[in-house]
Every structure is written in C-alpha cells, then in structure tokens.
Design a protein around this ligand. Structure first.
Ligand SMILES: Cc1cc2nc3c(=O)[nH]c(=O)nc-3n(C[C@H](O)[C@H](O)[C@H](O)COP(=O)(O)OP(=O)(O)OC[C@H]3O[C@@H](n4cnc5c(N)ncnc54)[C@H](O)[C@@H]3O)c2cc1C
Length: 333
C-alpha cells in the first residue's frame, strides 16, 4: 500500500522551495521539517528503500520492529498533513537554472527547485554467489545492529568480502557462540587476525564459496568449490556500499571513495551541505553507516539548514526591495 504517495498527475506545481530526491527515512524526515516550516516541498521517490527486503526496522526507539513500508507510509502521511507532496518517480538529471535547479524525471516531467535535498540512499553491492542476493535481508545479513538479535545463538557464517570482514565476525560473535569465517576469495588472513578469531572460538574455513544451500525458504548451508557443505543458518556479508546519485553528474557532484573503505558517497560538511551551492545531502547517500534513526536525523538537520539558507535569501531580497522602494520614492520627490 502506498499510503499518501500521489501519482505524478497530482504534482501540480512548477516550482518548489525544495525538491527532495528520495523518500526514505532521510528524505521524508527532511520534507516533514521543511513542510512544517511552511516551505513548498516535493519529494520524488523511486520507492526502493534499502531495507525494503527486511521484515522490520530494529533499533529505532519507539518503532522497534515496524515493517519498513509501514514506517515510510506513516512518514508520507505526516509530510502530506503539513502540505508537502510525495510522488513516485525516478529522478534522472538535475541541472542548474537561474538561481535554482531543474529536476528531470524518467517520465520526462520536470520541476524547478530553489534548493535540493539529496536523500537517494545507496546500493549494496553483494558478492556474486548464486542465491545470495535473493536471501539478503532474510538470512543473509550485513548489520549486527539491524538483525543481530534475531540471529542470536544461531549457526552463523561470515563471508570474507572486504577489509572489515574480520571485524564483522567479531561483532557477530557477540550474538552467537557458533560463528564460522569463510575466507572465500579474500587475501590470506594475517597472523593477528587468525589469533583474534581463534581467541573468540571462531572457526576458519578456506576455499571458495560457490552456492548457498536452502531448504524451503531457509538457509541451511554454505557450499564450497570442493563440494563440501558447511551447515549454517545465517550468513553475514559486508557489501560494498555505492551512493545512488548519478543524476547529480551534470552538477559535477560525483560520489567519491568513503574514508572507511566501505564504498563511495557524496561528501558533505557537518550540516549536510555538499560542494555544490544549494545542494544538501542526508542519509546513506552521504553517510554509508547511517541506520534509519541517523538517516532521519540527518534529513531533519539538513532541512533546517536549507530553511535557514532560504530565510537568509528571502531576507536579503526583502531588504533590497525595501531599499529600492525607498530610493524610488526619494527620487520621485
Ligand atoms: C537488509 C537491510 C536491513 C536493514 N535493517 C535495518 C534496521 O533494522 N534498522 C535500521 O536502523 N537500519 C536498517 N537498515 C539500514 C537502513 O536501510 C538505512 O539506514 C536507511 O534505509 C537509510 O535511509 P535513506 O533515506 O538514507 O535511504 P533509503 O531508505 O534507501 O531511501 C532512499 C530512497 O531514494 C529513492 N531513490 C534512489 N534513487 C532515486 C532517484 N534517482 N530518483 C528518485 N528516488 C530515488 C529510493 O528508491 C529510496 O526509496 C537495513 C539495511 C538493509 C540493507
């Protein structure tokens, strides 16, 4: 159910104070703050939140376990209540025009905006192992804080998939005593890493992982290239996280490597301001590690900064207009 997700035909204005690109936690919370500040705001959302496959949002105070779609539906209702508009659509390009921007959608439609809030999230690039993507968010997991409790005391595998995989194994060990580390195609473990894993009772299995074994809709094992199958109920992987922001290319705003080495992001300052004047970013598109609460908070904070920027502009314009009237009156005398 889409809730208050209107159709494109309902998107009647040509120009908005702010267009929000992406309607997940970051974008909707930003839109809520802007709408409550009496800003005209349009959210364009492709409808594919990162946590879409998960059954519930965990670790979010007051909402623990709420289905992701339900949380966003409530968010859209709240934005709508204050006069904001949320439409389903995909932004394909953003151009600068006069003092603001033109936002173009895949359907060819476009709107103008004085400011932009980019909240389009990221894509999790997963290891190319048959069946793995289909199980992501169910029993293939990436985040011990999102689903660790649900995986407690289970037979957990950790697939070496990046520079942080040992760290990930140690975090999952906090949740279960039965953790096995699969070296897969990663570079050899250092002596220090082997010592840490051994000290925490984490077994290490060498060899390439070629498939996931399932029974019904449950993960049951990890198949190796030599044919051996290691029984596991859960597999943890560390995806490479890639900001979704190709539509910013024309503005010269491109994702860059994140300092953590976990992927690429759109850099911002501490207020969410990007290097391009008039463009803010919030949530996973800039902060790869943000969970729902952090993404929502960043969207709200960036929205307040955008509102302040517009208030400053509006005040300067009003001062200029007032001076012009006075000068005209003076010259008419
Ligand atoms: C499987 C899984 C489970 C998770 N579980 C939890 C959990 O339990 N608790 C928790 O706190 N966090 C969890 N997370 C993390 C959570 O998904 C993120 O913190 C959150 O989604 C970030 O919000 P966001 O608004 O930045 O991005 P998103 O929620 O991804 O929203 C971005 C939105 O932008 C839209 N978009 C993208 N490109 C365009 C475009 N060109 N035009 C228009 N719209 C566009 C997308 O369709 C999407 O709707 C989980 C993540 C995964 C992968």
């Amino acid at each position: 159910m889409l809730g208050r997700m209107t159709t494109l035909a309902d998107d009647t204005q040509d120009t908005y104070d702010v267009v929000v690109l992406g309607g997940g936690a970051a974008g909707l919370n930003g839109a809520l703050v802007l709408a409550r500040s009496r800003r005209s705001v349009l959210v364009v959302d492709a409808g594919t939140p990162r946590n879409g496959p998960a059954a519930g949002v965990h670790g979010l105070l007051g909402h623990d376990g709420v289905p992701p779609a339900e949380l966003l539906q409530r968010g859209r209702e709240e934005v709508h209540r204050y006069g904001g508009t949320v439409v389903r659509g995909e932004v394909t390009a953003v151009h600068r025009a006069d003092d603001g921007f033109v936002v173009t959608r895949a359907d060819g439609g476009s709107v103008r905006a004085r400011r932009l809030l980019v909240a389009s999230g990221l894509v999790d690039e997963l290891p190319d192992i048959p069946g793995l993507r289909d199980r992501f968010g169910h029993d293939v997991l990436h985040c011990p804080y999102c689903h660790g409790w649900e995986a407690r005391d289970r037979a957990i595998g950790v697939l070496a998939a990046g520079p942080h995989s040992v760290h990930q194994a140690l975090l999952f060990r906090q949740l279960s005593a039965d953790v096995t580390y699969f070296t897969h195609t990663a570079p050899p473990l250092t002596d220090g890493e082997l010592e840490q894993l051994a000290a925490r009772g984490i077994g290490v299995v060498g060899g390439e992982v070629v498939a996931l074994e399932t029974t019904g809709d449950r993960l049951t094992g990890i198949r190796l290239a030599d044919g051996a199958v290691v029984a596991r109920e859960v597999l943890a992987v560390g995806p490479r996280m890639v900001a979704q922001a190709r539509f910013l290319d024309v503005l010269g705003l491109r994702p860059v490597e994140h300092p953590s080495g976990r992927g690429v992001h759109i850099p911002t300052d501490s207020t969410g301001r990007t290097d391009v004047r008039g463009v803010w970013a919030a949530g996973n598109v800039t902060d790869l590690g943000a969970q729902v609460g952090a993404a929502a908070a960043a969207g709200a904070f960036a929205a307040a900064q955008i509102n302040l920027d517009l208030v400053t502009d509006d005040t300067q314009a009003a001062v200029r207009a007032r001076r012009a009237v006075r000068e005209d009156a003076a010259s008419a005398r």
